[in-house]
Design a protein around this ligand. Structure first.
Ligand SMILES: Nc1ncnc2c1ncn2[C@@H]1O[C@H](COP(=O)(O)OP(=O)(O)OP(=O)(O)O)[C@@H](O)[C@H]1O
Length: 587
């Protein structure tokens, strides 16, 4: 749904509350507009000498009543409107987040976290301001100005005088139409640069450890400084135009006041109007200056909010590019064969194909090993199996059906994917491992941890599985983090397990234990192991070797060793490296 519609719908759905609040604010301001009349009449009686102690007290009490009524009514109305604004803000943030969760990897590879945070924080806040502060001040100002005009016309001040005095104010709508679009355009640019700054800040914080290790603080400061400078420039451009706008409106108010004093004063000394009329008129004009200033404010806010609403609109219009087909069906992947035929794939906007003419079969319950140089397309292949990106139609079949005809849930529920470095959330280790199903019993969590060879390290922590991890699990070492991520994948006990270089950060002995454990636990279940080390996948039923997006060799460990090619070369290098590593300890 478009955000403009969402905003309209929200206001419509709460119209009775808004109506009530506007009524309160309007009543407060209508009462407030009564006070120039009181003072005008007081001045006339003062001049006539007809004031007594009693009437002075009476006037004071009436003025007090006006003040209290305005405070209570307008205050209550303001509270209601502000509350509605906050509710809208929370609602909008939830909707934005829900939308984010539908978007695919492609979207996130193009948009930094900082930029997305800026939508959730800055833009939503700008919209909220327009519907809380905006509605509040617009009602305030409109009612006050209207009541002042009505009161002036109802008083015995001559109409031609009222008309001449408010004449400069009639220029306001024209000024608004001149300045409005400029303010909106500049606001868009401010919000854009705010997004870029948040993005830059997020990157700098994320990489702060690298920055410190390379003593590159100065470079990073300079880079961040550039982002801040960009904001400063666009903010200043906005400030210039909005300040000018906000200065012109009160200036017109002042012009009104000058006309009032000059013309009103002239008519007073000529006795065409009374001194009371003159005081009343100047007070009414004075009363209108503050709301005029508010209107300037509100128009500024509204233009900024329109700019933010446009940005949110563009974001909400982004359609998830991975979608279920109309007739998508759930299929059980238990004992399902994986069949890949002539699969070629290039990332959107990429010049080169990352996969070329891949054909591959994984019979149910078998283990496939994938080996290859970095950038050879191993991760891309499994990403397509998870439909993180869409493979060309008919190229990947699971359980006999085109992967594009399966529901996304049946894929993501039944395939466990363990990346090289799984993100750990700032919660307990137990929750991180049981991420897929938070209510998993502790013994099951412990079993997965044992399989991933991380149980011992967790048990040593002060609160064992209930130990909370800091941001990104900083209390764990790289290898411990990787194994915690592995336990998260293993606990799913899914029909298909994909390990994408997920034992790269463990030593050879631990790796062997993990692989042996997995082979035992996953007997009869399909497993895909991607690795750079031959030791991690040599037991696979079939191993494919990839190079530049193609499968260049395939066979069992022994068959591949017997061939000349990348596999045997890597094996020789790794065996050699293994021996060299082992030698110093052997000595
Ligand atoms: N999101 C992306 N957009 C564009 N190109 C990408 C994207 N991800 C990967 N690539 C490119 O696709 C090719 C294959 O990458 P892939 O990650 O599949 O390699 P890999 O074999 O898994 O490498 P590694 O062993 O280093 O993990 C590389 O050339 C890479 O630059």
């Amino acid at each position: 749904m478009k955000p403009k519609r969402m905003l309209r719908d929200y206001i419509k759905s709460k119209w009775h509350v808004y109506g009530f609040a506007i009524l309160l604010i309007a009543a407060g301001n209508a009462i407030q507009s009564y006070y120039p009349r009181l003072l005008g009449s007081f001045t006339d009686r003062l001049q006539q000498g007809s004031l007594s102690h009693g009437t002075i007290v009476d006037y004071s009490l009436r003025l007090l009543a006006v003040g209290v009524a305005f405070g209570v009514l307008a205050g209550a109305g303001q509270y209601v409107v502000m509350r509605l604004g906050r509710l809208y803000e929370f609602d909008m943030r939830k909707k934005l987040f829900a939308h984010f969760t539908t978007l695919s990897e492609r979207f996130y590879s193009k948009n930094g976290v900082g930029k997305l945070l800026s939508y959730v924080m800055n833009d939503v806040t700008a919209v909220r301001e327009s519907i809380s502060m905006g509605i509040n001040q617009t009602t305030n100002a409109t009612i006050l100005i209207l009541s002042a005009i009505v009161m002036m016309t109802l008083s015995d001040i001559p109409l031609y005088l009222v008309f001449v005095c408010v004449l400069p104010l009639l220029l306001i709508p024209w000024i608004v139409t001149r300045f409005g679009p400029v303010i909106r355009k500049r606001s868009l640019s401010v919000q854009d640069s705010l997004g870029k700054m948040t993005e830059s800040a997020e990157e700098q914080f994320g990489g702060i450890r690298v920055t410190k290790k390379f003593a590159a603080e100065e470079t990073m400061n300079r880079r961040f400084g550039e982002a801040v400078d960009r904001i400063r420039d666009s903010q200043l451009r906005l400030v210039r135009v909005s300040s000018l706008f906000q200065a012109i409106i009160p200036f017109l108010g002042a012009l009104s006041m000058i006309v009032t004093i000059a013309y009103g004063g002239y008519l007073t000394i000529r006795h065409t109007i009374t001194l009371g009329n003159f005081v009343e008129l100047t007070l009414y004009i004075r009363l209108m200056v503050a709301p005029l200033q508010q209107i300037g404010n509100v128009i500024n806010t509204m233009q900024r909010s329109r700019a933010s609403l446009e940005r949110i609109g563009d974001l909400m219009a982004v359609e998830p590019d991975i979608r279920e087909s109309d007739g998508a069906r759930h299929r059980s992947l238990d004992q399902a064969a994986v069949s890949i035929r002539h699969l070629s794939f290039a990332y959107p906007d990429a010049e080169r194909s990352s996969l070329r003419d891949i054909s591959l079969d994984i019979p149910p319950g078998r283990t496939l090993g994938i080996l290859g140089k970095t950038g050879s397309g191993k991760t891309t292949l499994v990403k397509l199996l998870l439909r993180a990106y869409d493979p060309p139609p008919g190229t990947i079949r699971l359980a006999g059906a085109d992967i594009r005809d399966l529901t996304l849930e049946s894929l993501r529920d039944q395939i466990a994917y363990v990346p090289q470095e799984g993100f750990l959330f700032s919660t307990t280790i137990r929750d991180n491992i049981a991420f897929y199903k938070r209510d998993t019993a502790l013994p099951t969590v412990e079993k997965a941890a044992k399989q991933a060879q991380i149980y011992g390290s967790i048990a040593e922590l002060p609160e064992s599985f209930d130990t909370r991890l800091g941001e990104r699990g900083v209390t764990l070492s790289g290898g411990q983090r990787q194994r915690t991520g592995l336990a998260r994948g293993l606990i799913k006990d899914a029909p298909v397990l994909i390990m994408d270089d997920s034992v790269s950060a463990v030593d050879a002995v631990t790796e062997k234990r993990i692989i042996d454990g997995i082979r035992k636990a996953r007997k009869g279940k399909t497993t895909i192991i991607i690795a750079h080390r031959i030791s991690a996948l040599k037991h696979a039923d079939e191993i494919v070797v990839m190079d530049e997006g193609r499968i260049v060799q395939r066979g069992t460990h022994l068959e591949l060793l017997a061939q000349t090619g990348l596999y045997a070369t890597l094996h020789a290098i790794q065996e050699e490296g293994g021996r060299e590593d082992a030698e110093p300890t052997a000595r």
